[in-house]
Ligand binder design. Sequence first.
Ligand code: NAD
Length: 420
Amino acid sequence: MNAFKNALRQLDGAAIIAATDQSILATLERPERIVEVNVPLTLDSGEKKIYTGYRVQHSNARGPYKGGLRFHQQVDINEVKALALWMTMKCAVVNIPMGGSKGGITVNPKKLSRAELERLTRAFTRAMKDVFGPDRDVPAPDVNTNAEVMSWIMDEYSQLNGKNEPAVVTGKPLALGGSKGRDTATADGGFMVLEEVAKKLKLKPKQTSVVVQGFGNAGYHIAKLAHQAGYRVIGLSDSRGGIVDLRDKGMDPDNVMTRKKEYGMIGDMYCIGSVCDGTNYKAIANEKLLEVKCDILIPAALENQLTEKNAGKVKAKVVLEIANGPTTPEADEKLARKKVLVVPDILANAGGVTVSYFEWVQNRQGLAWSAQKVRRALEPIMKAAFNEVWERRGRYQTTMRKAAFILALERLSEAIRARA
Ligand code: NAD
């Protein structure tokens, strides 16, 4: 499945409804710049290997390029192009003055030692020294990258430039100018959107069941927030499998995380004597988790999880896309026909880039905001974005995804026209 083709179908579908100027659409259909680098790495064993990395800069019409960095064996150029396009749209939906980019290295980081990973990250940063920059292009964490990886990039880039450059990346540790609240921002923003959806659909937490696919940074935190607010989290999974709560009562994601750390996986841990047991919990394959009867399904893993094949089997009322691109256009159509409300990634997971933007602002001003200030700044942005998308959904009688793209296209068109 070509994620970039999917992203283009989403863009073009919305552009027809919004009657976007053809020349503006043509600009947005192609990334402004694609950089591919081949980075040599000496493994701990002395063996030398070459890894391919990418940075795709989709649009800087509204501000410097901004987007995460993914380390995964499946990273390919079409995936990175799609993710970069979605970043442009996302920043426009939440109305922050940043553009869209994305990067990645085709590598399975779980097979590298920490020292190898650091050398690879630093070599990649050297290769990208003229591509990254606080006013040019600002990376952040994504799948399999974290605050530590960001600190290596910040340190390497600062050394190359002979001065401290904290604003070159976001998602850094607090000690290096990271923002309070960045680690949970994607989930915080997603949960704010979920609360808005719940208001519109009159869902009560206790009577609302939630299933989360992907138990990483974003998935774990949103499961935790939902549980704390009283929603029943009845299914969770990671790349090695999942569990469902047969009692339908809901489980505590913190207990599951403790067990995951102990056993290294979620699936099957129910039978190792834990939070889970064979009577109340059942192991479930990843694909099956998406078909579990629930009210809110939250994909928080990778792209192309809801497809033409399984969309018909989704039993949720709402799909809240915390992952980027989890639903293919074919699945979107099927879900719309089934009246499943799909809250698109470019709205639902935009809390991450919004707090990244706050981090960049703090670094440039030499300030450190309190956690309360971050939250107070995030909430109105997420709520306004939700309501602006919801309004367009009604006005154009369309899906939330198309409505979000329409909103983004309005803002991008204005910026592109103003520069011409
Ligand atoms: P992560 O690496 O912390 O977690 C990914 C999780 O998904 C892991 O638990 C992994 O085991 C699981 N997973 C992988 N394949 C799976 C499968 N087939 N079934 C079930 N689980 C599977 O990554 P993350 O940062 O949490 O990102 C997850 C998604 O959210 C990505 O699509 C990412 O682009 C998106 N996202 C993340 C952020 C952020 O701030 N972290 C922001 C916006 C969007």
